[in-house]
Design a protein around this ligand. Structure first.
Ligand code: G3H
Ligand code: 13P
Ligand code: ZN
Length: 311
């Protein structure tokens, strides 16, 4: 069934487990993710970036937002696990409104690059609009600057726990993404991964809301290896180790944003298939090979983040 993201995350926050939020741009990734969640009996959050919405609408953002709602609802309404659709990194008012109008379960207002007061003001405004439409809201504090050479990112780009408390109280936001040292993409760390667990713990104690980890892909070596064996160049790729993610979950992370891991798995499956089947040109076959690897990654995440069996 199609649900409000808040229903999924408040349960996760109470019971100290996390639900991965998987980014999609097309049908094949969605099918893979849904199949994985059904097999694992897990609640499911799928999310789309603004870029994904523009892509799916072939340039028309209202059509793109509707496209995802129609597709996700069509499948969600006929399964017995909770399924939510979330707008990831909403930075522009028109995308956020398009998502709310189309029927997304939740939206993110990402004004994290703005000064604190401006982030607070914008978030408060979106919370008012979204809540009136029954849509829950995620916001972000601090910036995803990543970590270089085994040194935690500069203090001033990470979340300030005291500010997080004020921000949550004043905005009424439903979930918060605190920056604790991760970054987006396949190249997160130069040396060892280093997250600020202590900061995360304080944010949870002071806010008590469901927390979101962005830039949470693990960049799994087995898929990087296959992708590279079949022609990709991902040298220097490094993600957040699964053990660190488990620790984040113990400290209060409930939504684990995952895009890069699925992209790498898909490209590994696709490259391998095309190389091994040079005569093949049926998209259902070569895209199916990518889909198979995506489903494996999805099932692994659902398991180790603790949400398998929670639906
Ligand atoms: O956080 C960003 C997501 O990985 C989506 O990125 O803008 O390439 O769709 P995108
Ligand atoms: P990754 O690039 O680590 O998958 O992060 C995705 C993300 O945070 C989407 O919001
Ligand atoms: Zn993100």
């Amino acid at each position: 069934m199609y649900v409000n993201t808040k229903d999924i995350l408040e349960k996760a926050s109470k019971e100290y487990y996390a639900v991965p939020a998987f980014n999609i741009n097309n049908m094949e990734f969605f099918h893979a993710i849904l199949e994985g969640a059904l097999e694992k009996r897990a609640p499911l959050i799928v999310e789309t970036s603004e870029g994904a919405i523009k892509y799916a609408g072939n340039g028309d953002i209202f059509k793109g937002a509707r496209f995802f709602v129609e597709m996700v609802r069509l499948f969600a309404d006929s399964v017995d696990i909770p399924v939510a659709l979330h707008l990831d990194h909403g930075k522009h008012f028109e995308y956020i409104i398009a998502a709310i109008k189309a029927g997304y379960s939740s939206v993110m207002i990402d004004a994290s690059e703005e000064p604190f007061e401006e982030n607070l003001r914008k978030t408060k405004e979106i919370v008012k609009i979204a809540h009136a439409a029954g849509v829950s809201v995620e916001a972000e504090l601090g910036q995803l600057a990543g970590v270089e050479d085994n040194v935690v990112a500069a203090e001033n780009v990470l979340v300030d726990p005291e500010q997080a408390k004020i921000f949550v109280e004043e905005t009424g936001v439903d979930f918060l993404a605190p920056a604790i040292g991760t970054s987006h993409g396949a190249f997160k760390f130069k040396g060892e991964a280093k997250l600020d667990f202590e900061r995360l713990k304080k944010v949870k104690e002071l806010t008590k809301v469901p927390l979101v980890l962005h830039g949470a892909s693990s960049v799994l070596p087995e898929y990087v290896r296959i992708a590279e064996e079949y022609g990709a160049d991902l040298s220097g790729a490094k993600g957040v180790p699964e053990e660190d993610l488990k620790k984040c979950v113990e400290l209060g992370i409930n939504k684990v944003n995952t895009d890069t891991d699925l992209r790498i798995a898909f490209i590994a499956g696709l490259r391998k298939y095309l190389k091994e089947n040079p005569k093949e040109f049926d998209p259902r076959h070569y895209l199916g090979a990518g889909k198979k690897f995506v489903k494996e990654v999805v099932m692994n995440r659902l398991e180790f983040l603790g949400c398998a069996g929670k639906a």
